[in-house]
Every structure is written in structure tokens, then in C-alpha cells.
Write a protein that binds this ligand. Structure first.
Ligand SMILES: Cc1cc2nc3c(=O)[nH]c(=O)nc-3n(C[C@H](O)[C@H](O)[C@H](O)COP(=O)(O)OP(=O)(O)OC[C@H]3O[C@@H](n4cnc5c(N)ncnc54)[C@H](O)[C@@H]3O)c2cc1C
Length: 301
């Protein structure tokens, strides 16, 4: 069995498969989506733990299962074969597997202006469920355009803070109805182009920075929530012919994270919403059980 990706989805799948006495080789090049995050929230019994610590504990516990191995190389190619798949690593090694689990995650697209990357995970967040509580009642900005990614997110954030400004970095593309709702909840819209973020303090959850616009006064905020999209961390699923919801996620069944490609499973952020660590881990377990069941069905004739 090969698992591509050693975040919560891949690690939990490897754990369950190891306990099923399956030979597992997990590839992980070690660039998880939440690498910039200081604290993981919303995972029972682990609320506030550094994400790297969660992964370290998971790897330590996997060491008890001798049939599970971890390889730090990147998988660069995958192909369908008669009875499974071949995968190729960056250093040119080729492996064969009957079932393949992709748990490679996604990569968020960040605004490109100076300051955004430096603030990512400190005062720039994409998910109110992950970091909204820590930023409650603080002066917030939402970065995004249109009724959904801009207006919708700004309205959502009023639940965490009533001091929310929507920054659209150019024409807002908001409908009249959405503008009316934003107005009703006291959300100011700033449509000027953003030049940079000027950061005066970058302590996680206590950042202080100014949003500097091409025109108009600068705006002091403690955090920005944004939704500018994401893409798959690898194109392996697409190359294998996996149906996609859109570029964001791979289509899987409800029970075992199975794709339309026989023997191919996708779990974690690379599949569907909801994109959270506890959900990714659960999907890894679902995929592992699906894979073990499928192998049992094939072998117990
Ligand atoms: C700033 C930030 C804060 C967040 N905070 C929270 C939070 O508080 N609570 C919460 O529940 N969620 C949080 N999340 C979301 C969380 O990070 C994801 O839901 C979770 O990491 C998804 O797990 P995953 O296993 O699907 O993918 P990932 O954790 O992204 O792991 C995928 C792994 O696969 C590896 N990989 C990718 N391609 C290849 C390849 N071709 N070959 C080998 N390895 C590969 C990557 O390097 C990576 O190590 C946060 C996200 C961000 C960006």
C-alpha cells in the first residue's frame, strides 16, 4: 500500500492500515498546509497544540507498527497499471502498489503584496473556525471580492467581531443586495488597491499592522481573514483521471473516500469540504478501512 502525504489524513490512514497488518509506505515531503500555524484548534484533546507536535506524536506512535515505513521523498508521477499503480519519486525510484491513497493536501493562494506572506499564520488567516476565537472582538479586515468570497466572509466574521472592514483590493464586484446587507451590519467597504501591509508587531494573535492603500487613509487592524482560493498540492489525482469537483477537490464517495478510478482513494483537504485536521484524520481512517476491505474481498476467494 502506498500513501502519498504525511499530514493528518495520511498519518491516520497509515496508522489504521498498520493495525490491519498491511505493508504501508508513506511518502511525505514535509510541507503541510498549516506549516505557518502556531496552534491547532478545534481538535478534541489537542486544542492549542503546535501542529508540528501533532505530526511528531503521530509519527512516534506509527513507529510501533513494523509494517509501516516513511519516506521523505516527493512523489512526482503516478500511472495506472493492470493491477494497481506505479509511482515515481523525485529521485527516480519506482514503486508498485495495488491500492493508492492520495492525502497530499492543498496549497492556499496568498495575495502577492508585501507583508501578506510574513503575516500568514500570525495575523493573516483563512478559516474563522481555526482562528476566529483568538481574534474575537478585535479590529478585523476581510480580503476578498464578490458576494461570496468578499461579502459573505465579511458577514460571517461579524459573528466573531463587529469591527470588520471589507477590503476588496480593486472593484468589489458586490451585488446591490450584498452591499445592503453589509451596510446593515456596519461593515465598511474599502475598494482601493492595497499596496502593502506595514507590520509593527508580529506576535501570533497579537499582531499589529497597517493596511496601506494606493489612495485614502491607512487602516490599522489586528488580523485579516481571506479567501482567495487554493489548489491541489500535486496533480497526481488529475493525471490518474480522477473526477474533480473543481480544481479545489477530488470527487470521492461518502463511505470510503473512493474515487472514480478503481483502487484510487483521496483523503483530507485534497478531497471535499470540510477542511479541518480532525476531518482529514477521519477521512484517512475511512480510506484505510475501505482499502483493507477491498483487499480482503480480492484475497479471500
Ligand atoms: C494557517 C492555517 C491554520 C490552520 N489552522 C487549523 C486549525 O487550527 N484547526 C484545523 O483543524 N485546521 C487548521 N488548518 C487546516 C489544516 O491545516 C488542514 O485541514 C490539514 O492540514 C489537512 O490535512 P491533510 O493531511 O489533508 O494535508 P496536509 O496537512 O497539508 O499534509 C499533506 C502532506 O503531503 C505532503 N505532500 C504533498 N504532495 C506530496 C507529494 N507529491 N509527495 C510526497 N508528499 C507530498 C505535503 O508536503 C504535506 O506534508 C489550518 C490551515 C492553515 C493554512
Amino acid at each position: 500500500m502506498i500513501v502519498v502525504g504525511g499530514g493528518p489524513a495520511g498519518l491516520n490512514a497509515a496508522l489504521v492500515l498498520g493495525r490491519c497488518r498491511r505493508n504501508v509506505l508513506l511518502f511525505d515531503e514535509g510541507k503541510p498546509r498549516n506549516a505557518v500555524s502556531h496552534a491547532l484548534h478545534g481538535f478534541l484533546s489537542r486544542d492549542g497544540i503546535p501542529p508540528a507536535q501533532l505530526r511528531a506524536i503521530a509519527r512516534e506512535q506509527l513507529a510501533a507498527y513494523p509494517s509501516v515505513g516513511i519516506d521523505e521523498d516527493r512523489v512526482v508521477d503516478a500511472a495506472r497499471m493492470d493491477k494497481g499503480f506505479s509511482i515515481t519519486t523525485r529521485d527516480g525510484r519506482i514503486f508498485f502498489t495495488r491500492k493508492l491513497l492520495l492525502a497530499a493536501g492543498v496549497v492556499d493562494k496568498l495575495p502577492q503584496q508585501p507583508g501578506f506572506r510574513e503575516l500568514y499564520g500570525v495575523g493573516l488567516f483563512h478559516c474563522p473556525y481555526c482562528d476566529g476565537w483568538e481574534m474575537r472582538d478585535q479590529p478585523l479586515a476581510v480580503y476578498g471580492r464578490g458576494d461570496d468570497k468578499g461579502g459573505g466572509l465579511a458577514l460571517e466574521m461579524t459573528h466573531w467581531s463587529r469591527d470588520t472592514v471589507l477590503c476588496t483590493d480593486g472593484p468589489s464586484q458586490l451585488s446591490i443586495d450584498c452591499r445592503r446587507r453589509l451596510d446593515k451590519y456596519g461593515i465598511v467597504i474599502r475598494e482601493e488597491k492595497i499596496v502593502r501591509l506595514e507590520i509593527s508587531s508580529s506576535v501570533p494573535y497579537h499582531a499589529a499592522f497597517d493596511i496601506v492603500f494606493e489612495t485614502g487613509p491607512r487602516l490599522r487592524r489586528s488580523a485579516i481573514f481571506f479567501n482567495t482560493g487554493r489548489h491541489q498540492a500535486t496533480d497526481l489525482a488529475a493525471r490518474l483521471g480522477c473526477d474533480m469537483y473543481d480544481p479545489k477537490g477530488c470527487k470521492v464517495d461518502d463511505d470510503y473516500q473512493m474515487t472514480n478510478v478503481p483502487g484510487l482513494y483521496v483523503a483530507g483537504d485534497a478531497s471535499r469540504d470540510v477542511l479541518q485536521v480532525i476531518v482529514a484524520a477521519a477521512e484517512g481512517a475511512q480510506a484505510a478501512i475501505g482499502i483493507n476491505n477491498a483487499l480482503l474481498r480480492e484475497d479471500l476467494v
